[in-house]
Design a protein around this ligand. Structure first.
Ligand SMILES: Cc1ncc(COP(=O)(O)O)c(C=O)c1O
Length: 374
C-alpha cells in the first residue's frame, strides 16, 4: 500500500535521537534546530523521560476516561504551579487541533453564539472549526467553510470591536506569537484590549499556546508577558516531548457538565506521565531560564550577520529574515551541514525551534554554517 502523499520530505531517515541530535541509518549526526516542529522541549530521549514512560507503560499505559486517574490531577496541579493559572480546569486531549476544536466548541456552548474571530496569518490546526479559523484557504475544504469566521488584521483592535459589537461571536482565538505565520507578536495594548473587549461583549478569549507555550519563550505561556488572563488556553507540541498529548486550561467561570466534551485517548496514563516528565525536567534543568539565555546569545550572534534583515521571535521560538527566499539555504544546511531548521509562510524567514536544552556550542555550529553559506 502507498502512503497518502501529502508531505514533501527531506531525504533523511532518523533512526535514533539524543538531546539536540538526530542520527540517520548511516549514523550521520544532525543538529536538530527544528525540534520536529517545536515539539521536542526537553531534548530527544531524555533519560528521565525514557525511564518515566518505560516505568509507566510497564504498570498501566492506558485506560479510558471512565475511571479515576490520579495522574491527571497531578498534572493539573503541576500546571498551576508553572502557569499561575489558579482555579482553572484542565481538559486533556491528543493534539493541537483537537485542543482548539474543544476550546472553540466550549466557547460556543458557554455563550450560545457561533461566530469566531481569528487573525490573518494565524494557524490553529486542520480539523473542522480549527481549520476554519486558520487563515489558509488552501487547507480549508468546502465542508469546513460552513463555519462563520471573521479574519482581522493581527493587532487591529478597532475592527475586532466592530465585529464583537454584532454580538454573534462566541470566541476570539489568537496565537500570542504566530508560529507558521512568521513569528509576529502584537503589542501588550492589543492583548489587554482584547481581554477587555471579550469581557464587555461576553465572548471568550482563547490563547493558542500550542507552539509558543510550555516554556518555549522563557515564560511558561507567552501571554504572561502581556499580563492577561485568557478564558481558555490551548496547549500541545512541547507538552509531551513527542508523545501525542494536548489540552485546554479553562477559566473557573466556565462550567462543566457530563458529556460536554470527551475523548477516548485523551489524558491516558502514558500521556500524563509524558507531560509530567516534561515539567519535572523543565524545572530540574532550568530550561525556561536556558531559553532566555540562549535567546540572548542567538540574537547577539545573529546581529553580526550582515545579510540578516530582521531577527524575530522570543525565547527559543526564533527566526532570521533575509532578503531572499530561504528554501535553498535550508537545503544546504541539512544536506551539507547536517542541521535541521524550519520554514514559515514568509519565504524569507528561517525558523529555529530547538529543544530547550540547546547550548551555545550548538548555536555556534549553526552560525559557522550560516557564515559559510551566506
Ligand atoms: C499555533 C498552532 N496551533 C495549532 C496547531 C495544530 O496542532 P496539531 O498539529 O498538533 O494538530 C499548530 C501546529 O503546528 C500550531 O502551531
Amino acid at each position: 500500500m502507498k502512503l497518502f502523499d501529502v508531505y514533501p520530505l527531506f531525504d533523511v531517515t532518523p533512526v535514533k535521537a539524543e538531546n539536540v541530535y538526530v542520527f540517520d541509518e548511516q549514523g550521520t549526526k544532525y543538529l536538530d534546530l527544528y525540534g520536529g516542529h517545536a515539539v521536542i522541549s526537553i531534548g530527544h530521549s531524555h533519560p528521565d523521560y525514557v525511564t518515566a514512560l518505560s516505568n509507566q507503560v510497564s504498570k498501566i499505559g492506558f485506560y479510558s476516561n471512565s475511571i479515576q486517574n490520579p495522574l491527571q490531577h497531578e498534572l493539573a496541579e503541576k500546571l498551576v504551579a508553572f502557569s499561575g493559572c489558579e482555579d482553572y480546569q484542565l481538559f486533556l486531549c491528543n493534539s493541537g487541533a483537537e485542543a482548539n476544536e474543544n476550546a472553540l466548541k466550549l466557547a460556543s456552548f458557554h455563550n450560545n453564539k457561533r461566530k469566531v474571530i481569528a487573525y490573518k496569518n494565524g494557524f490553529h490546526g486542520r480539523t473542522s472549526a480549527a481549520v476554519a479559523a486558520t487563515d489558509n484557504r488552501k487547507i480549508t475544504a468546502p465542508i469546513n467553510a460552513q463555519q462563520f469566521v471573521d479574519f482581522i488584521e493581527f493587532g487591529d483592535l478597532r475592527s475586532t470591536e466592530i465585529i464583537l459589537n454584532q454580538n454573534e461571536t462566541c470566541a476570539v482565538i489568537v496565537e500570542v506569537i504566530q508560529g507558521i505565520g512568521g513569528l509576529d507578536e502584537a503589542i501588550t495594548e492589543f492583548y489587554k484590549g482584547l481581554e477587555a473587549l471579550c469581557k464587555q461583549y461576553n465572548t471568550l478569549l482563547i490563547a493558542d499556546e500550542i507552539q509558543c507555550g510550555f516554556g518555549r519563550t522563557g515564560d511558561f505561556f507567552a501571554f504572561q508577558e502581556h499580563g492577561i488572563a485568557p478564558d481558555i488556553i490551548s496547549m500541545a507540541k512541547g507538552m509531551g516531548n513527542g508523545f501525542p498529548v494536548g489540552g485546554i486550561l479553562i477559566h473557573p467561570d466556565i462550567e462543566a457538565s457530563f458529556g460536554l466534551l470527551g475523548t477516548t485517548f485523551g489524558g491516558n496514563h502514558l500521556a500524563c506521565r509524558a507531560s509530567l516528565a516534561v515539567l519535572e525536567v523543565l524545572e530540574k534543568e532550568g530550561l525556561m531560564q536556558n531559553a532566555t539565555k540562549m535567546n540572548d546569545y542567538f540574537v547577539s550572534r545573529a546581529k553580526t550577520l550582515p545579510s540578516v534583515t530582521n531577527i524575530k521571535g522570543r525565547g527559543l521560538m526564533l527566526g532570521l529574515e533575509f532578503r531572499f527566499p530561504v528554501a535553498e539555504l535550508r537545503k544546504k544546511l541539512i544536506q551539507k551541514h547536517h542541521i535541521f531548521t524550519g520554514s514559515s509562510k514568509n519565504p524569507n524567514l528561517l525558523r529555529i525551534l530547538p529543544p530547550l536544552t540547546i547550548q551555545e556550542k550548538h548555536l555556534d555550529t549553526f552560525f559557522e554554517a550560516l557564515k559559510e553559506e551566506l
